[in-house]
Design a protein around this ligand. Structure first.
Ligand SMILES: Nc1ncnc2c1ncn2[C@@H]1O[C@H](COP(=O)(O)OP(=O)(O)O)[C@@H](O)[C@H]1O
Ligand SMILES: [Mg+2]
Length: 300
């Protein structure tokens, strides 16, 4: 599947000419003419994933069902190795589940990816080091959108850089940008294709604590301005509470959803939200659930 080749490049963080040629394979997939306006929501039913390593079958996800409403901000939280990235890959159409079914706005994930409805952001920004910020933001559009002129693509890339507060960084290469700025460029690159859903796998995991908080505030602003559905994988309780409308808590071995916790903090959320009683209550509840998930694993 041509689409997934490009996305796998984004996941693995390969850079270089080989990656570029893989991305160019995406050029053969064109933007859809229809169904762009259909309501998008994500629904997963009975998802299980088995991996076979060294002849041994290992169940990594077990019977996971969840519904994510359109325009929502939802987090998946759980300890390292519990299966968060695997679940996100299934939701994003990068990995077919062993059992169960996913629908994105009524489409299979593969169809949704083909129609550019899913944008992906990972821990590493995976920018092309020899290209400046505006060219990095343009790259997926150049490959996926053969109908737009070079000027139109550049104008949109500039709009996207403005959206993420980096208009002045357009001529800079990744090595001239901070980690937070590089992630903003990666987010702009994803948003440039106007996906309905943005799936993010620990996007701020490599950043220092203060930059991370700034990026959370920035992400909420982007969410509110664009109305995208956002699915965030994180192992940070604070990040999940600050950002989400709803948090799905995962337990380990095999991963399953042990609880879904609504976060009753009003939006817009600001620095003061961290001090609100609801923040503390939600964080305490999540901490308890995560510990229970661990305990159950050890005793079962
Ligand atoms: N392609 C794969 N083949 C075999 N095992 C895998 C593969 N991908 C992930 N796993 C295993 O599945 C489990 C969950 O991994 P992952 O989804 O990356 O966890 P998380 O993102 O929560 O840290 C881990 O035990 C990991 O080793
Ligand atoms: Mg992971």
């Amino acid at each position: 599947m041509v689409d997934n080749i490009g996305w796998h490049w984004l996941i693995s963080g390969i850079t270089g000419r080989e990656a570029l040629s893989k991305l160019q394979a995406l050029a053969h997939a064109s933007l859809p003419d229809t169904a762009m306006g259909a309501p998008a929501y994500i629904s997963a039913a009975g998802i299980s994933v088995d991996f076979t390593t060294g002849g041994r079958r290992n169940r990594v996800l077990n019977d996971i069902s969840l519904d994510i409403p359109k325009g929502s901000f939802v987090s998946l939280i759980g300890p390292s190795g519990c299966g968060k990235s695997t679940l996100l890959k299934v939701l994003a159409g990068l990995l077919p589940p062993t059992e169960g079914e996913v629908r994105l706005g009524g489409l299979t994930p593969a169809e949704a990816v083909r129609q550019r409805r899913v944008g992906l952001v990972f821990q590493e920004a995976t920018l092309m080091p020899w290209k400046n910020a505006i060219d990095n933001v343009s790259i997926l559009m150049e490959i996926a959108d053969k109908r737009s002129s070079k000027d139109a693509i550049r104008a949109r890339a500039r709009d996207m850089l403005r959206l993420v507060g980096l208009e002045d960084a357009a001529p800079k290469r990744p090595s001239q940008l901070s980690g937070g700025m590089r992630q903003r460029v990666a987010i702009a690159r994803s948003l440039a294709l106007d996906p309905e859903v943005l799936m993010m796998d620990e996007p701020f995991g490599a950043l220092d604590a203060i930059t991370r908080e700034e990026m959370c505030a920035f992400l909420l602003e982007i969410w509110q301005r664009t109305g995208k559905t956002i699915v965030l994988v994180t192992h940070s309780i604070e990040e999940a509470v600050f950002l989400s409308r709803e948090v799905h808590v995962m337990g380990t071995n095999p991963a399953r959803i042990i609880a879904t916790v609504p976060i009753r903090l009003p939006y817009p959320r600001t620095e003061e939200s961290y001090a609100a009683p609801e923040f503390g209550q939600a964080a305490t509840r999540l901490r308890k659930l995560l510990k229970e998930g661990h305990t159950r694993t050890r005793t079962s």
